[in-house]
Design a protein around this ligand. Structure first.
Ligand SMILES: [Zn+2]
Length: 330
């Protein structure tokens, strides 16, 4: 987390991940280096708070398994303030105990269902290594993947629609916080960060049946890029399987639900790559020119996917806190 830039620079999308059966053997995750120390995290809270956290975590555990269709997936507490994510190599969901205590429980329910939906339909392994390694590309993927996953989860589980709305309405506040923090640190907000948040914001309008209406405070270059790519972004976040299709063991034409899940991911990725990235990359290039790219990756999570190399030289690869659920200023 602290030396993230270095990690990204030496980031390789490991073939080991691609070759490994999916998901990885669930016996291995518990031994993995990335699993947070649950006891230590809990000890930071009072006994009464611990009780509340444990009780709520237990409920979320069932929900994550149910939505993820994976009854072995662990739901672990992250360090307070660390955010929420699905670590797809370890196949583990991390949740933020601080949110669990303080936020309306409906928001936590939605967030864990969102992470479970990543488990269900996100298949980053369809993306070739050389594309993935382009600075800023994985950030763009994340900014479209979250809307795509949200579409899937609220279509499949209508009762989560209210909690989703509540979460993203509250999210306006942490976006403001994140922007302020980035501005304080860097003097200004990186263009690619603004663009990523803008896609999510426009998706939220779209999901509420409202037309696109770009934020007024967007710098002209960011506005142009988002404007030029919004239609493609919508096309991309629409590419998700219906739950019935995803659950199918075998269809008429011989495609399983898993084939369907991968096919949707592939199409969404190709739209991002062919129709959004050429424009989005202009912002990344400008940020690199201004030396903001490196600093922003160093200083914040910002939804950038992280990579790390362990002692054996094997590269591990994991997903950061969700861009939209994290106060990246912390
Ligand atoms: Zn997400």
């Amino acid at each position: 987390m602290d030396d993230q830039t270095e990690r990204i620079n030496m980031a390789e999308r490991p073939n080991a991940v691609l070759d490994r059966p999916y998901p990885p053997d669930s016996r291995l995750w518990a031994l993995g280096p990335n699993r947070p120390n649950q006891k230590e995290i809990l000890s930071q809270f009072s006994p009464a708070e611990q009780q509340t956290i444990n009780y709520r975590r237990h409920i979320l555990d069932s929900l994550a398994s149910f939505v993820g269709k994976d009854f072995k997936i662990p739901v672990d507490l992250n360090s307070p303030g660390e955010g929420w994510y699905w670590d797809f190599q370890a196949n583990r969901i991390g949740i933020d105990p601080q949110n669990l205590l303080e936020d309306p429980f409906d928001e936590s329910r939605f967030k864990v269902a969102h992470e479970g939906s990543h488990r269900r339909i996100s298949r980053m392994e369809v993306i070739p290594l050389e594309v993935w390694r382009e600075p800023g590309f994985s950030f763009l993927m994340n900014a479209i993947e979250d809307p795509r996953v949200n579409n899937f989860v609220v279509e499949a589980y209508r009762t989560l629609e209210g909690p989703m709305r509540q979460t993203y309405q509250a999210g306006v506040d942490f976006e403001a916080q994140a922007k302020t923090a980035a501005k304080e640190k860097l003097g200004q907000i990186p263009r690619f960060t603004r663009a990523g948040f803008e896609y999510i914001k426009q998706w939220f309008r779209w999901s509420q049946g409202q037309g696109f209406e770009l934020s007024e405070d967007l710098p002209e270059d960011v506005r142009q890029v988002v404007q030029a790519t919004l239609e493609a972004a919508e096309d991309s976040w629409r590419r998700y399987p219906a739950k019935a299709g995803a659950d199918r063991l075998e269809s008429e034409n011989g495609l399983t639900g898993e084939d369907l899940i991968k096919e949707h991911q592939r199409r969404s990725y190709e739209i991002n790559r062919d129709r959004i990235w050429p424009e989005f990359k202009k912002l990344v290039d400008k940020d690199i020119e201004d030396q903001m790219m490196q600093q922003s990756m160093q200083g914040t999570q910002q939804g950038e996917y992280k990579c790390a190399e362990d002692e054996g030289g094997e590269v591990t690869f994991f997903v950061p806190p969700d861009v939209a659920f994290t106060d990246v200023g912390k």
